[in-house]
Design a protein around this ligand. Structure first.
Ligand code: NDP
Length: 495
């Protein structure tokens, strides 16, 4: 019945059956057919994984490994990910319906994330601080935190896991990963590669299962030093409450409702491609989806015509086929959620210019047509709330001042796109838009070298780049008295 068989947890370098002996099924969203079963983790499984990670953290084979050697392991892991690229790409496509050609693209750059942090591992260092007392040496070190919990969603499991795993290991932590219940397969395969690369058993552990069970147990585990989470804003808020109460850190990469803004001086043909890429790539299931499209009134009709025409010609179908442009949504409930939002839009007065219907893609899968909504405004739920599907809301504007106000009128602040040929305007917009990533005349560009951060309800903390190392280390300040003078007055210490 299943292509990929049955998966256990990966704990302490071994496949481990779930304590309660229960499993759940994952389906291929392109066909609706069962794909594999995976262990349904609970608090007992999570405790076992955290114990294994803590043991590995204290093991001299990991704790005393030089930073350069740590980097070497990451480099090897990147190589192995590259060597298994096709297998991983196919597995993830079957699991969440992403186009195989998009996955091949992701897998081309994924090794670079490991290589980037491989190079950074022996550059994590502190400073010598010139305090006012020359008789005292004060220096800082950056220490690993301990066991890091990583919780990831289903839309890009390998990439989003890597964004946490690579810097966490680079800084000397050990990790317990809880992938989404919808996409466990590639993360489990990754755990095998971690071991093959030479990381000690327990450095990386994977507990599969449901968010409210395995996920919540991981978040609440008392031996955890940090949670790094990517997912919805609602779950992120619950995690933030739990970690704040225990004074441990959390990095939260959350939802978005990003504006994609086309000015009258833009190359409209190019901009329309950017709008299509922003909302229909990955069937709109990306946190950075450009779901709110603002077009200057003088180019509104032309842009709408181009985007609608392209949306109508998008080839829906089997994500494993090279010719397919839009795969399924990742599971049936997600398809229903998208359909529900478009219905809400209709009842709010939105007009569906194209799309607006679920389809099985001729394969029995969970597809939804690329959809363009007009006659919408910032008061409507389809404009305010994250749909996480191929649904663009397109609105006209008359001035730069107005579009800045409209674009910033959202609880989210993850990303924004600007299409213009005016250099000054590009910089003005980059400065005035309230979002952690701004793209000008491009969309969805990303690199392990470039830090990203969600503003407002889109998150807390930085991923990627050198900045993220701060998220996975703690700073220690060491004071050494270098003088031989006796302490003269115990009530006035030196500074
Ligand atoms: P969820 O918040 O529902 O789930 C994310 C992860 O958290 C899953 O592994 C889920 O497990 C787990 N989880 C759910 N409930 C809990 C809980 N109580 N305690 C601990 N873990 C829990 O998000 P989705 O999976 O629906 O992902 C889509 C969301 O992710 C969107 O909002 C999107 O914008 C955001 N996202 C953000 C990105 C960013 O970088 N800012 C990138 C990609 C996505 P399970 O699946 O088993 O429920």
């Amino acid at each position: 019945m299943s292509d990929l068989g049955q998966f256990e947890h990966h704990i302490g370098g071994e496949w481990v059956a779930p304590a309660a002996g229960e499993y759940f099924e994952s389906t291929n969203p392109a066909t609706g057919a069962a794909l594999y079963t995976a262990a349904r983790g609970d608090a007992a499984d999570v405790s076992r994984a955290v114990r294994a990670a803590r043991t590995a953290f204290e093991d001299p084979r990991w704790r005393d490994l030089s930073q350069t050697r740590r980097g070497h392991l990451l480099r090897r892991l990147g190589d192995l990910v590259g060597e298994h690229a096709e297998e991983l790409a196919r597995m993830e496509t079957q699991d969440n319906g992403k186009l195989l050609r998009e996955m091949r693209g992701q897998l081309t750059t994924l090794p670079e994330y490991y290589w980037y942090y491989a190079g950074l591992a022996d550059k994590i260092q502190g400073d010598v601080i010139p305090t006012s007392d020359r008789r005292v040496l004060n220096y800082t070190t950056r220490e690993p935190l301990g066991v890091v919990g990583a919780i990831t969603p289903w839309n890009s499991p390998l990439t989003l896991t890597t964004s946490k795993l690579a810097p966490a290991l680079c800084a000397g932590n050990t990790v317990v990963i809880k992938p989404s219940e919808y996409t466990s397969a590639t993360v489990l395969k990754l755990a095998e590669l971690v071991l093959e690369a030479g990381f000690p058993p327990g450095a990386v552990n994977v507990v599969t299962g449901f968010g409210p069970e395995a996920g919540q147990a991981l978040v609440d585990h008392p031996d955890l030093a940090k949670i790094s989470f990517t997912g919805s804003t609602g779950t992120g808020a619950r995690i933030a409450a739990s970690t704040a109460a225990r004074f441990i850190g959390s990095t939260l990469e959350l939802g978005g409702k990003s504006p994609n803004i086309v000015f009258e001086d833009a190359d409209v043909a190019n901009a329309s491609m950017g709008v299509v890429a922003g909302i229909f790539a990955a069937a709109g299931q990306t946190c950075i989806a450009g779901s709110r499209v603002f077009a200057h009134r003088s180019v509104y009709d032309e842009l709408l015509e181009r985007v609608t025409e392209r949306a109508r010609s998008i080839r829906i179908g089997d994500p494993l086929q090279d010719s397919t442009e839009l795969g399924p949504l990742a599971f049936a409930d997600q398809r229903d959620k998208v359909a529900g939002y478009v219905d809400i839009g209709r009842s709010e007065g939105a007009r569906v210019l194209t799309g607006g219907r679920p389809t099985d893609g001729g394969l029995g899968g969970f597809f939804y047509e690329p959809t363009v909504l007009v006659d919408v405004d910032n008061s409507m739920r389809v404009v305010r709330e994250e749909i996480f599907g191929p649904v663009a809301a397109v609105m006209p504007f008359d001035s730069e001042e107005e579009v800045v106000r409209l674009a910033n009128d959202t609880e989210y602040g993850l990303a924004a796109g600007v299409w213009t040929s005016d250099l000054s305007r590009a910089h003005r917009m980059a400065s005035r838009l309230e979002a952690g990533t701004i793209w000008v005349n491009t969309y969805r560009a990303m690199s392990p070298m470039s830090p990203r951060q969600g503003f407002k309800n889109s998150g807390v903390g930085v991923e990627h780049g050198t900045e993220t190392i701060r998220e996975y280390t703690r700073l220690k300040s060491v004071w050494i008295n270098t003088s031989q003078e006796p302490v003269a007055d115990p009530f006035v210490m030196r500074s």
